[in-house]
Every structure is written in structure tokens, then in C-alpha cells.
Design a protein around this ligand. Structure first.
Ligand code: DSN
Length: 427
């Protein structure tokens, strides 16, 4: 690596920062960290190692790391009202792998949602579930409601009697019907696990569902979607036995992590402290914005799913753009207009490469301070590209002008700091 190479890389990262300053960010699985959380990422924690649990480490030098980790665990339990928390998984998928390592042996049956119905890839045959060689059986899905078919799911659970019943989606529009399934969980005695990555911030803000009070024993999650923290993971537990908690901790380390990215863990701790204060307002505005976006797009001729259900109860909406060229081409045209989103499979799709849908998230726009009236403007910009087929290069200029109003982070302790590029990172 020459210095020129290093400068090249740096210049590309800076170009990315500048580009995103001028974009409307709509990927439903992304967000912006607060300046205080981001500062943790370049602290000395980034250069250190810790293995095991606070007070029982394999390395010296962890005095402050332990204090931060204990605070992170305390805050996670408080924010989510959980019995148990482990802040060491380094991503959502790693958290999922830890649950699989702890509670599923190859050949065990786990019930899950299907990919085309919005499940995460880690639950698929070619993802972590397949790698663990578990036998995964999909729930029946009600396309109209974009949710599980309750009667069919009860029937399936009783027939299959899974060791673990797993829930959670990456196109997560409505809360799963956990309350309706609780009697069945009790009857068959399965462990109930939900991957809440997409809606973790909404759960923190009490705006979606409350999995740990609705029969879920284990929540796995990433921490950078509606929960606006670092790229990291989290496990929460409720009504687990001491033995089960230990199994989970052992699965995290030494099962699927060595050191647990201490800088990200510290950034997670800061975000937990912030969400303890700001989650309610942030999550409520995010959900309002998503619905307003759905309504405005629908009025502009874009088929948004679930119009009779208010489009969504979460941060995300799903739109069917098959009549406008499909998800792949529409997502690319929108990117050319500086509107960043992703193509997405809808329930009847068979190809993840050429799906008919787009998934649009409101959480990052909300983090930048946008409100319902701004969603109408965003819908206008989207429909100019997708429906009216205007030249994306022309729309891009209007996107840039619109975006200039929203450049700083909201719903955090030092709100108002710039959202892109450098923050005040050191004293
Ligand atoms: N792939 C992410 C998403 O966009 O939903 C989740 O890991």
C-alpha cells in the first residue's frame, strides 16, 4: 500500500460523505449515529481487546471497558425492560448465530417466516440457519395483511412442534400476532425468539409491539436501523433460566465472537442512554412519517402495499413497482436522482435479483428532522422518477436543493451537529 493508495481510499470515503449529504436516505436498515456515539468509534476502545464478561476477562487493560459494558447492559435492560442483555454480538446476524449455537442442534426444527415474505437472509437455507443445518419450516402468510396467517400458524406450530419458534422480518410493516400465538407457545413448550433488528428503535419508543411481554424469550437484533446506533448487535432475554442465559453468553463468546468491537459497544451504550430519553418522540415521528409517505405516494399513483391498513405501522413501506419497470430498474433510477433505497421481493416474487418491489424507510429522514409535510415532497420527487419517468439527472438537482434543509442530527444529546463528514471528535 503506497501513500497514494491510502489517499485514494480516503478521497473516496470523503466523496461518499459529500454524496450522502446531497441524498435522500431511504434504506430501511440504515440510520445515523449521534455525534456523541460516533465519537466512541475513534476512541482508544477501537484498538483494544476484551474477551469474556466484565470482571472475568482474559486480557488486562479492561478496567474502563468493563465499566462501560456494565453500564450498557444496565441501560439495555432498562430501555427494553428485559431480564437479560448481552451487548457483545458484533452484528445482528452474529446475534442470530449465537441463538442458533445456544439453542439449536443440527436437525432441530425451527419455524420461521419466508424470504419472499420479508424474512432476513440469516433464516434461509443459504444463511445462518442453513449453515447450522437446522430444519426450517415457514409460517403461512397473509399477503393482504403482510403478516402471518394466525390460524394457519397455530395449526403449523401444533403439527411441527418446533424446538424454537422464530419471528422477525426485514420488510416489517406490522407487529407479529404474538399475543394470539401465546397459548400455542405454552402448549408446545417451544422457545420463542424474535429478530427485532428493523423495529428495535420503535420497540424502545413503545410504538410497535412489546415482544418480551408477548411471549418472546429472546430478542436478537442489530443496533443501527430504527435504533440509531453503531453497526453492532444485541441480545435481550426474558424468563430464561440461569442455565439458558449462560448458554447464550457462551454462544456469544467463545462461540461466535472473540473480542466484541469495544468501540462499537461503547457507541451502543451512548445510543442506549440517548434512546432512554428520545426514543418515544423519535419512534412516533418515524411511524407518522412512514404513513404520510405511503399516503402521498399512493395518491401519486404508486401502488403502496396495504392501503386499507394505513400502509404500515412501522418505519417502512413496501411498494409494487412492477408496472414501472420493476424494483431493480426503479431503484437504480432513483439512485441516479440521489434517492437511495433498495429493490425488494414482494410475497409472490421468486427472483431476489429482479423483484417487483421497493422498500422505503422513513427512520433516517426522521433522524434528520423531516416531518409529514416533507414526506409529501419526497413522494413527489420519487413519483417524478418512477411514475413520470423524468430524467433522474434533472430530479437530482431538486433533491439536492431539498436536502440542504436537513443536514443535522436530531433526537440526541448534542442535536444539531452535522450528520455527515467530520464531527467534533476529540476535546
Ligand atoms: N440486509 C439488512 C436489511 O436491509 O434488511 C438486514 O441485515
Amino acid at each position: 500500500m503506497t501513500q497514494e493508495d491510502a489517499q485514494y481510499i480516503r478521497s473516496k470515503v470523503m466523496a461518499h460523505n459529500k454524496w450522502f449529504e446531497e441524498c435522500i436516505p431511504m434504506i430501511a436498515s440504515e440510520n445515523l449515529m449521534s455525534p456523541l456515539a460516533k465519537e466512541m468509534l475513534i476512541s482508544d476502545f477501537a484498538d483494544r481487546y476484551a474477551e469474556g464478561l466484565p470482571g472475568k476477562r482474559y486480557y488486562q487493560g479492561n478496567i474502563y471497558v468493563d465499566e462501560v459494558e456494565l453500564k450498557a447492559i444496565e441501560l439495555a435492560k432498562k430501555v427494553f425492560d428485559a431480564d437479560f442483555a448481552d451487548v457483545r454480538p458484533i452484528s445482528g446476524t452474529v446475534a442470530n448465530m449465537a441463538v442458533l449455537f445456544a439453542f439449536a442442534q443440527p436437525g432441530d426444527t425451527i419455524t420461521t417466516c419466508a424470504l419472499a415474505q420479508g424474512a432476513h437472509i440469516s433464516t434461509c437455507e443459504f444463511g445462518a440457519f442453513g449453515q447450522r443445518s437446522v430444519n426450517s419450516v415457514n409460517y403461512p402468510f397473509n399477503e393482504h395483511d403482510m403478516n402471518l396467517d394466525v390460524d394457519g400458524t397455530i395449526k403449523l406450530l401444533k403439527e411441527v412442534r418446533p424446538k424454537v419458534a422464530q419471528f422477525g422480518l426485514s420488510v416489517f410493516l406490522f407487529p407479529p400476532p404474538l399475543k394470539e400465538l401465546q397459548d400455542t407457545f405454552n402448549e408446545i413448550g417451544c422457545l420463542v425468539w424474535e429478530d427485532c433488528a428493523h423495529v428495535l428503535g420503535l420497540i424502545a419508543g413503545k410504538q410497535f409491539h412489546d415482544p418480551l411481554r408477548e411471549g418472546v424469550n429472546i430478542v436478537s437484533s442489530s443496533t443501527h436501523k430504527t435504533f440509531p446506533g453503531p453497526n453492532h448487535g444485541l441480545l435481550l432475554g426474558q424468563n430464561l433460566t440461569e442455565e439458558q442465559e449462560k448458554q447464550l453468553q457462551k454462544a456469544v463468546f467463545p462461540g461466535v465472537t472473540s473480542s466484541h468491537h469495544l468501540h462499537a459497544m461503547a457507541a451502543l451504550a451512548v445510543t442506549l442512554a440517548e434512546m432512554d430519553v428520545f426514543a418515544k418522540d423519535y419512534a412516533a415521528q418515524t411511524c407518522k412519517n412512514a404513513r404520510a409517505l405511503g399516503q402521498a405516494l399512493y395518491e401519486r399513483g404508486v401502488p403502496v402495499l396495504c392501503p386499507d391498513l394505513g400502509f404500515t405501522r412501522s418505519h417502512a413501506i413496501a411498494v409494487d413497482v412492477s408496472q414501472f419497470g420493476g424494483g431493480k430498474d426503479c431503484a437504480k433510477a432513483l439512485e441516479d436522482a440521489n434517492i437511495i433505497c433498495n429493490k425488494n421481493m414482494l410475497p409472490r416474487d421468486t427472483s431476489s435479483v429482479r423483484p417487483s418491489g421497493l422498500r422505503l424507510g422513513a427512520q433516517e429522514m426522521t433522524r434528520l428532522g423531516m416531518k409529514e409535510s416533507d414526506m409529501v415532497e419526497v413522494a413527489d420527487l420519487i413519483s417524478r422518477v418512477v411514475v413520470k419517468k423524468e430524467d433522474p439527472a434533472k430530479v437530482k438537482e431538486d433533491v439536492k436543493t431539498f436536502k440542504r434543509q436537513f443536514t443535522s442530527i436530531q433526537y440526541c444529546f448534542n442535536a444539531g451537529e452535522p450528520a455527515y463528514g467530520y464531527h467534533k471528535l476529540v476535546e
